[in-house]
Design a protein around this ligand. Structure first.
Ligand code: COI
Length: 361
C-alpha cells in the first residue's frame, strides 16, 4: 500500500536571501534543503512513521549496526525546473526499482515503488523553492537511503531500519565540467567480484573506492577506472559512473552488467543511441582493446555516464604502464550531442516521447 508522507513544516527555514546565495553557486553535495522525508521499518510492524519533517540530525546509539557492518544502501536522482516553472523527475521509477534490488542484496526491507516515489515527491514539493531556476543546468539532487539503525553487535540483518530522503541544490559534479577528465586505471584496487555487491548501490562500495581515488589524484587524474577482479584485463566502471566507448564504425559500447552498477543514465544512453546513428552494444572491453583502439582511431570518443555527472567526456587514460589520449584529447561531438539530448529531455526543452519525465509540481 502506498504510504503518505504528511508534511510537518520547519519553523526555521533557511532565509530566502541565504537560499538564493546558495543557489547561485551550489557546487555538489554541500548544501541541504529545509526538510527530509523519513520512515522506519521494524521487523514486527513493517514500515511506519512516514513523514516529511524538518531536516535534523539522527540520534544513533553507538552500537547502531550501520556504524559497524555498513548495512546501508542509497540512490541518487535529480529534480529539474522547466521553463514554465514546473518541476520534474527523470525516470524515478528506475531508481525505485534499483533501490529494491539493492535492498535485497543487503538484506534490507524493500520499500514499494509507489512509497519511494511518494517520499521523493513529498520532499521535493515541500522544498520546491530549493529547485534551481531553469536555464543553467543546475538541479536539485535527491538522495534516498536506508540504514540499519538497530543497536546490536551480532552479525545479522538489523530489525530496525531508518529510511530517509534528503536533497540539495547541485551544479556540475566535476569542477572541470564538460572539458573532460582523465581516468586512472588502477592495478592495485578492484571494485567488485562476481557474487559481491558491485551491482548494488551500497555505501560500502564507495568506502572501498576512496583509497583508489586518492591513488588517482596522486597521479593527476580525477577518477578511477576499475578493471575486473579476476584477471584485471576488462573495463568495469569508474566508481561513480558507467563508461561508454564510441567507435568510428558507429557503435556505442559499454561493459555488460554483472558486477557494475546498472546506471539509469547508462540505460538512457543505450536507449537513445540509435537516434544518434549508433548501435548500442553491451559486451566486455579489454584494456588492450582500449589502448589499441584509441591509438589506431577505432575508438573516437569515450564518456562516463551517471546521475551526478550526467555525461562527462573522458579525454585520456593513465596507469603505471599506459598513457592514452582519446581522439584529439578534447570532448567528442557524439558525447556532447548525447549529453545535450539527455539534458534537453530533463529540462523539458524537447518532447518527452519516451515517457521518462514525472511531474512533481
Ligand atoms: C549518482 O550519480 O547519483 C551517484 O550515485 C554518484 C554519487 C556517488 C556522487
Amino acid at each position: 500500500m502506498t504510504a503518505d508522507f504528511p508534511l510537518r513544516r520547519t519553523t526555521r527555514p533557511v532565509p530566502d536571501a541565504e537560499r538564493e546565495t546558495i543557489l547561485s553557486d551550489p557546487g555538489f553535495g554541500r548544501y541541504f534543503t529545509d526538510h527530509m522525508a523519513t520512515a522506519v521499518w521494524s521487523r514486527d510492524t513493517g514500515w511506519h512513521d512516514h513523514e516529511v519533517r524538518p531536516l535534523e540530525a539522527f540520534s544513533l546509539h553507538p552500537a547502531a549496526a550501520v556504524l559497524h557492518y555498513a548495512q546501508e544502501i542509497f540512490e541518487g536522482l535529480k529534480a529539474y525546473r522547466h521553463a514554465d516553472g514546473s518541476v520534474w523527475l527523470f525516470r524515478p521509477e528506475a531508481n525505485a526499482r534499483r533501490f529494491q534490488r539493492s535492498a535485497r542484496r543487503l538484506a534490507l526491507p524493500e520499500l514499494d515503488e509507489q512509497s519511494f516515489l511518494a517520499s521523493v515527491e513529498a520532499l521535493v514539493s515541500a522544498d520546491e523553492p530549493w529547485v534551481p531556476a531553469h536555464g543553467d543546468e543546475k538541479s536539485l539532487y535527491i538522495r534516498p537511503y536506508m540504514f540499519a539503525a538497530e543497536s546490536f553487535l551480532g552479525v545479522r540483518p538489523a530489525a530496525t531500519i531508518q529510511y530517509a530522503v534528503i536533497a540539495g541544490p547541485a551544479g556540475p559534479y566535476f569542477s572541470s565540467g564538460v572539458t573532460g577528465v582523465t581516468l586512472w586505471v588502477t592495478a592495485n584496487y578492484t571494485r567488485a567480484a562476481t557474487g559481491g555487491t558491485g551491482d548494488a548501490k551500497c555505501g560500502g562500495n564507495y568506502a572501498g573506492s576512496l583509497a583508489a581515488q586518492i591513488e588517482a589524484q596522486e597521479h593527476g587524474c580525477e577518477q578511477v577506472l576499475y578493471l575486473d577482479s579476476s584477471d584485471h584485463s576488462r573495463l568495469e566502471e569508474s566508481g561513480t559512473m558507467n563508461i561508454c566507448l564510441v567507435t568510428s564504425d558507429g557503435q556505442l559500447i559499454t561493459p555488460s552488467l554483472g558486477t557494475i552498477l546498472e546506471g539509469v543514465t547508462r540505460d538512457s544512453v543505450l536507449e537513445l543511441a540509435t537516434e544518434h546513428g549508433l548501435t548500442p552494444v553491451e559486451r566486455s572491453i579489454t584494456v588492450q582493446e582500449l589502448r589499441d583502439s584509441c591509438a589506431d582511431g577505432t575508438v573516437t570518443e569515450v564518456f562516463a555516464a551517471g546521475t551526478a555527472a550526467v555525461l562527462t567526456p573522458i579525454v585520456g587514460f593513465r596507469s603505471e604502464e599506459l598513457e592514452t589520449t582519446v581522439g584529439d584529447g578534447a570532448p567528442g561531438k557524439v558525447t556532447v550531442a548525447i549529453r545535450d539530448h539527455i539534458l534537453d529531455l530533463q529540462y523539458g526543452r524537447i518532447p518527452d516521447n519516451k515517457g521518462w519525465l514525472r511531474k512533481v509540481c
